[in-house]
Write a protein that binds this ligand. Structure first.
Ligand code: APR
Length: 314
């Protein structure tokens, strides 16, 4: 069977590190598209030079030419700019919406059968941009957020218990931001729900640290944001889609009534396979969990309304 092709728009920290994880697991051939042609060419060459030692024989290309993404099974959008001094949230939203729109137009033109994974922030809003611009089926536009938030929660639980991080499984729903909804009842260590293993105060502390997981890293880095765990999250999603694994993971999906939410991208558990989102799973949430999810959805809805204003202005 020929190897699948995965394209990554934006060869910055997250994009290039995702390419690295994908190459190391020999998941697919890779094309990295970036407006900074020198950067993407350099990174692609550098990767290729490491291949003989790391034993990956995949093709890796760096380009500024969108037509090279043709026949991609998956296209990941990581292109964007970080918030600069003097920029408010709305300024950032406009700039990144413009970048994601251009990327999405090109995906529609050159890779009309691809599944799109959106990574650029603000995530849930950028999913809307990609969805509207490509005109793709709802199940083929997916946001990467929940996997990242839940891997952070997994790690914090493992650190607290002194157990193997890979034995912990976690579920985090909602928007990607401080209104995310980590679900301790659905977070387990080898099948044991964490409320059986940790007291409520400790769980609350870990939930808080998860909500601030990205901000904690930004505070250390000063400039830039996290990229190893975001890139690993992208690679997990790409692998599940390319290998049709039907992996269960929280991702931002377009909801049409599920969880009582209409026409909004928000993090929920899904099955990932060759058709993108194969299924959305509806958990039975208790009252407080549902309330948190609704609040999170309201925050995402506000961002989308801001985006609408921008699109009307242009
Ligand atoms: N087309 C293609 N690439 C672009 C464009 C564009 N119009 N505009 C910017 N880029 C590229 C930049 O040249 C840069 O290489 O996007 C890349 C972004 O990389 P970084 O600045 O290193 O940002 P990164 O840390 O990778 O984060 C990317 O992911 O997690 C989110 O919030 C984060 O939105 C951000 C995105």
């Amino acid at each position: 069977m020929p190897r699948k092709k995965v394209s990554i728009i934006g060869a910055g920290q997250v994009g290039a590190t995702a390419a690295y994880y994908i190459a190391e697991k020999i998941i697919a051939d890779i094309v990295m598209v970036d407006i900074n042609e020198g950067l993407t060419r350099a990174k692609a060459l550098d990767f290729l030079h490491a291949g003989p030692m790391r034993r990956y024989d995949v093709l890796i290309e760096g380009t500024d030419d969108y037509s090279r993404i043709e026949e991609s099974a998956v296209v990941v959008i990581t292109a964007g700019v970080p918030r600069k001094p003097g920029m408010d949230r709305m300024d950032l939203l406009k700039v990144n919406a413009g970048i994601v729109k251009t990327a999405s137009e090109n995906i529609g033109t050159y890779a009309p059968n691809a599944t799109v994974i959106v990574v650029s922030n603000p995530l849930d809003v950028m999913c809307h941009v990609a969805f509207r611009t490509t005109g793709f089926a709802v199940r083929r536009v997916i946001g990467m957020a929940g996997i990242l938030d839940s891997t952070r929660f997994r790690y914090f639980v493992a650190e607290e218990l002194g157990c193997a991080p890979s034995d912990v499984h976690a579920m985090v729903l909602g928007g990607h931001g401080d209104q995310m909804v980590p679900l301790p009842r659905f977070t387990t260590v080898a099948g044991i729900p964490i409320p059986q293993l940790l007291n409520p105060q400790t769980i609350e502390r870990l939930v808080d640290r998860t909500r601030n997981g990205g901000a904690e890293i930004v505070a250390h880095l000063k400039t830039g944001s996290a990229y190893f765990a975001p890139a690993a999250s992208v690679a997990e999603m790409v692998e599940a889609i390319v290998t049709d694994r039907k992996a269960l993971a929280p991702c931002a999906a377009f909801l049409r009534g599920e969880y009582g939410i209409e026409n909004l991208f928000i993090g929920v558990p899904v099955l990932l396979g060759k058709n993108g989102i194969e299924r959305i799973l509806e958990l039975e949430l208790d009252e407080s969990e549902m309330l948190l999810l609704q609040k999170s959805a309201e925050a995402v809805g506000k961002g989308v309304r801001e985006l609408d204003t921008f699109f009307r202005l242009n």
